[in-house]
Design a protein around this ligand. Structure first.
Ligand code: SF4
Ligand code: MG
Length: 317
């Protein structure tokens, strides 16, 4: 049973010209205890919008979001506020989300205080406990955000999130300001904490190679649509969607030997204004057929834990 489940979630935003932007188009995804689901796609594909709905910062236009058995889109007031504790988010740029005048002790304990879960005199011990979990020295409790590196700030952000003992944590690395090696150690820390605490992780990212190395399942998003879902460990060998393959190629480039190389990504990502018929990837796809312009491919099971939305019969191209 999933901890968190998106069922047919659609999010539309009104545009200045009177049309609508479909940021998320009928997305269904499940997050399980102790598992990582990575959502990957280019910037503007709608993955951050999706995450914002999962962490209750925004409501979907239609569809349901279940936390355990309860639809959070129907929650209001106190119930909604209380549920925030279960679904936490780690910000990609913690510096901008921290109050620069607050010490680490207060940064970590603020949500706990807000939820009325601890007393003031417990703050120091609790902040130190969670600093240890994120592998920072206890005396960091007296530091201010500007006295820490980006990686250390990120760790404090994680400490703040896990202090609430949430069931699921979302992390948006797609616009991370951290350099790659720091990002990697932060990732390893999250994976370690996940193993210890059996939390579910939702990881939003634009790096398919990186995400497939840590995620149990990877969902590939294109223009608001999930085009392929498959196990992280199978991405390199079993990816079928032309877009997933193109993403792989742009990452691995020289390491991958496609017998028949896929065309590089070309064409414009046109706004998903809902006017376009057929496959969202048609304008950039080297294999686009007549059917692709007329009929939108639905996600279908093509293997174990593997779903694909593409009309190609032979995806072994
Ligand atoms: Fe390409 Fe057609 Fe598959 Fe879309 S459905 S990815 S256009 S082959
Ligand atoms: Mg984004």
């Amino acid at each position: 049973r999933p901890i968190l489940e998106a069922k047919h979630v659609t999010k539309k935003f009104p545009l200045a010209n009177g049309k609508e932007l479909i940021a998320n188009d009928d997305i269904s995804l499940k997050f399980y205890k102790g598992q990582t689901l990575g959502i990957v796609g280019e910037s503007g594909c709608g993955k951050s919008t999706f995450m914002r709905m999962m962490v209750q910062l925004e409501k979907p236009t239609s569809g349901k979001i279940f936390f355990k058995e309860k639809d959070i889109t129907k929650m209001k007031g106190e119930e909604l506020r209380a549920n925030r504790r279960n679904v936490q988010m780690v910000f990609q740029n913690p510096a901008t989300s921290f109050n620069p005048k607050m010490k680490v002790r207060d940064i970590i304990c603020e949500p706990l205080m807000n939820f009325g879960l601890i007393k003031k005199k417990e703050k120091d011990a609790i902040a130190r406990k969670y600093l240890e979990m994120v592998e920072l020295p206890g005396d960091f409790v007296d530091r201010y955000p500007h006295n820490m590196s980006g990686g250390q700030q990120q760790r404090v952000g994680i400490a703040r999130a896990i202090a609430l003992e949430p069931e699921i944590i979302f992390c948006d690395e797609s616009t991370s300001a951290l350099d790659v090696s720091v990002q990697k150690t932060i990732l390893e820390l999250l994976v370690k904490l996940q193993k210890e605490k059996q939390i579910a992780l939702g990881f939003i990212c634009h790096d398919l190679a990186m995400i497939s190395s840590i995620a149990h399942q990877v969902a590939v998003m294109y223009m608001g649509n999930i085009v392929e879902i498959l196990p992280g460990e199978k991405v390199t060998e079993e990816a079928m969607h032309p877009y997933t393959k193109a993403l792989l190629q742009s990452v691995f480039d020289i390491h991958m030997d496609f017998s028949k190389p896929i065309e590089p990504l070309e064409g414009e990502v046109n706004g998903a204004t809902g006017e376009q018929k057929g496959c969202p990837f048609q304008n950039r796809c080297a294999y686009c057929m007549k059917k692709c312009r007329e009929e939108k491919p639905e996600l279908k099971t093509v293997g174990e834990k593997h779903e694909l939305a593409c009309h190609l019969k032979n995806t072994n191209l």
